[in-house]
Design a protein around this ligand. Structure first.
Ligand SMILES: [Zn+2]
Length: 343
């Protein structure tokens, strides 16, 4: 991104929050704002909150909407990068169908909008601007509502046939706990915020004592956000400690297995919980990885995402700044795209 580009907007659409930022010169944040992701009202309401969050962050930066050269959005679900439409975003309210997210936000703000996959956007941001800069190969592990993953091999974001990086659905226990994806024993079934919340609710309703829900109520939350889990840990709540311990153990096994397969130089831990719990939990994940590492005499570097909680929004701005040539190059290196040309 060159200075003449002017500031760009980035929006990270998450399962619990919408994070917007105004960014210049790669990763310099001029202003930012966040809003909770609506739990009802469907895609139109979510898009409305995204527009409002972007306007808040423009105000925070002391800028007018027209000052933006473009906006990029990292979204969950199936993203059509050409049209900006998003389908099957199942972590979001009533978003089973297809919604023209890019066009809706572009119309409301009068700025060109690009939409990319949330985890892909955050991985590229960490690889190009954050903790991944020194490395040619890495995996990004985004420990949040779910457990997302991104792979960079030899400097290129590896997309597989379009579905690569699903580290959250690698199996850490055969026949284990039911995952939000419907399968059993996935890493996400133990470490995803949403799966941990469901587990905590089950245990609580079964008579298990825990202060988690009291803490959530006290802070006006109807969900166990990453901040609530952190508070549960600080309050030494027994169920919180037990569920987080299990999550760390599962992350260690899942990440080590991915490293055994790919032998990457680095692992970047991001996501809402990953960033919030930070270095001490990075160290605990490293410890849990170790017994599962085949080449345990040369473990990869494991780092907390350097762009922190703003990585997704900064990645959105990065996506918006990428030239069409960059995008085409990416598209033609995607095996799925090549297969379409060949047939
Ligand atoms: Zn799964």
């Amino acid at each position: 991104m060159s200075a003449k580009d002017g500031p760009r907007g980035g929006i990270d659409l998450g399962g619990t929050k919408i994070q917007a930022a105004v960014v210049i010169d790669g990763a310099k944040v001029l202003g930012q704002a966040r809003r909770p992701t609506p739990t009802d009202g469907g895609p139109a309401k979510v898009a409305g909150e995204m527009v409002a969050a972007m306007q808040d962050s423009l105000r925070d930066a002391g800028l007018e909407g027209s000052a933006l050269a473009g906006i990029g959005i990292g979204s969950p679900g199936d993203v059509d990068e050409d049209s900006g439409a998003v389908s099957n975003a199942r972590n979001l309210p009533d978003w089973g169908g297809t919604f023209p997210l890019g066009a809706t936000v572009a119309d409301a703000l009068g700025v060109p909008v690009r939409v990319g996959n949330d985890v892909g956007v955050a991985t590229e941001a960490e690889a190009r601007l954050g903790a991944g800069r020194p490395y040619r190969s890495l995996i990004g592990v985004f420990w949040g509502t779910g457990v997302g993953g991104g792979i960079v091999l030899d400097g290129e974001h590896w997309l597989g046939r379009g579905g690569a990086g699903e580290i959250g659905h690698t199996v850490v226990k055969m026949g284990g706990r039911r995952c939000p994806c419907g399968r059993r024993g996935c890493l996400e079934a133990y470490a995803g915020r949403s799966a941990m919340e469901a587990r905590a609710r089950e245990e609580h309703e079964g008579g298990r004592k825990t202060d988690l829900f009291k803490i959530a109520e006290k802070h006006g939350r109807d969900r166990l956000t990453s901040g609530i889990w952190e508070r549960g840990l600080k309050a030494k709540d027994e169920l919180t400690i037990e569920l987080i311990d299990k999550a760390v153990e599962a992350l260690g096994a899942g990440i080590a297995s991915a490293v055994n397969l790919l032998d990457v130089e680095a692992v970047i831990i991001g996501g809402g919980i990953g960033v919030r719990l930070g270095e001490p939990y990075r160290d605990r994940i490293v410890k849990q990885m170790h017994p599962h590492l085949f080449n345990d005499d040369r473990p990869p570097a494991v780092e907390v995402a350097a762009l922190g909680d703003l990585g997704g929004a900064i990645g959105g701005a990065l996506l918006s700044s990428m030239s069409d040539r960059d995008r085409r190059r990416r598209e033609t290196t995607e095996p799925g795209a090549r297969a379409k040309v060949a047939s």
